[in-house]
Design a protein around this ligand. Sequence first.
Ligand SMILES: Cc1ncc(COP(=O)(O)O)c(C=O)c1O
Length: 468
Amino acid sequence: MMPIVDMLVQHAKKEKISMHMPGHKAGMLFSCSHSFLTEEYASFFSKLAEVARHDLTETIGVDSLHDPKGAILKAMELTASVYGAASSFLLVNGSTCGVHAMIYSSFSKGDTVFVSSDCHMSVFNALMVIGCNVVVLPVKVDEETLIPLAITPQDVRKAYEMFPDSKGIVMTRPNYYGVCADLLSISEIVHENKGVVLVDEAHGGHFGFSSKVPESALSLGCDMCVQSAHKTLQSLNQGAFLHIADSKYKDKVFKALKVIETTSPSFLILATLDFTREYMKNTGREKLDKLSDILKDFAYRLGKYEAYRIFDGCGFEKDITRLVLCVKGKGVHLAKTLADRGIYCEMYNENCVVFIVTCADDKAVLDHLFDNLVSVYGDLAEVEAEEKGIKVYKDDIRKINLPDFDTYTNYEFETVDVGKAVGRTSSQFVIPYPPGIPVIYPGDSITHIHADICRRYCIERINVIKYS
Ligand SMILES: Cc1ncc(COP(=O)(O)O)c(C=O)c1O
């Protein structure tokens, strides 16, 4: 059952003229011939016109995302039942808007909040907007590859000893490398301390659909979580879910979403969220089980090639569908070589290349990757390894001094070379993308290590507060 898709299909069948937004009027002009379009562009737009027929607005008979009463409400209810949530919200501005909504509805100005240091920038932005005291918890790091792992329950306990009035935690699980923190234990500790557990599960929308992938945050005791359905599931970009474990959170989350989410939601994104849910409900387990077999076979065959090592999470739970290939100092070269061969990865650095595998992939795709890895293996041996890189994350539990939002936006700043920034105060978040995790916070006093981290990410100039 796909109520949103059904709504769009039924609307498209009606004989009508559309005197409403969007102004492209169901893509009318995309399929006409225009002198400024080359043949190739014309073909692009005529295909787009097919899709644009369904790019609607909230007219009569079409439900509203901000006041759902019909098809969208039904789709949200179906989503909650598939994910085992008290309520689920469909999002069209990515997990980013879900993160803001979770945080706005859970914390108040002056609250102390624990944050795993591998959190996405949306987490820090949202906490800064509200004016929370942010205490960063360290993620363990694999010393060999410098891959960030996860926070530990022990550190959460320690953090409560240091900051007993903390109102809860915002944490990423899984991280960009598929590593999962022990959420069950962390939830218990935070709940013992009457805190709220918010999980950024942007990369884990497929969790819980099969025993071959980690359990979902909702089943491990979180209070709310967000999932980018466009990252590991089947939605168009920007499609995401926000799930809540208890209906007591519903009104506040809904209010927060009204504040931050667009009032012109894409019905195309919503339709793909409808599809995603039904796809995962009907075929998720079978598909993930099969993928797991394919990936195990892939790892087994690649085992013969010593210079390739598939990252296994270093003792933490690890999502098998996040394929991280460690290649000691040759990650950049390998990623670029594969791109030359038409294989594009999600992320790379000196030591590894990260590939996202989803239900849309099959054995043929993994075989193709495997064949290419084998075929470049000899050349890779000849390449000089780069230095190992630099450890980005700090080891201690620490309160960071984020400015309030007003101060932040009004900083008088100047842009200087990173070398010259040492000793000055950063006026910005420095955020390499991917993975979108801040490595310098506004208000940080810039050190030589910060400067090295910037250079490592090819960031040559940064903004610092002007001397008064
Ligand atoms: C861990 C994490 N959280 C949140 C986000 C934001 O998600 P979205 O792009 O869906 O807004 C990202 C995006 O890369 C992410 O990696």
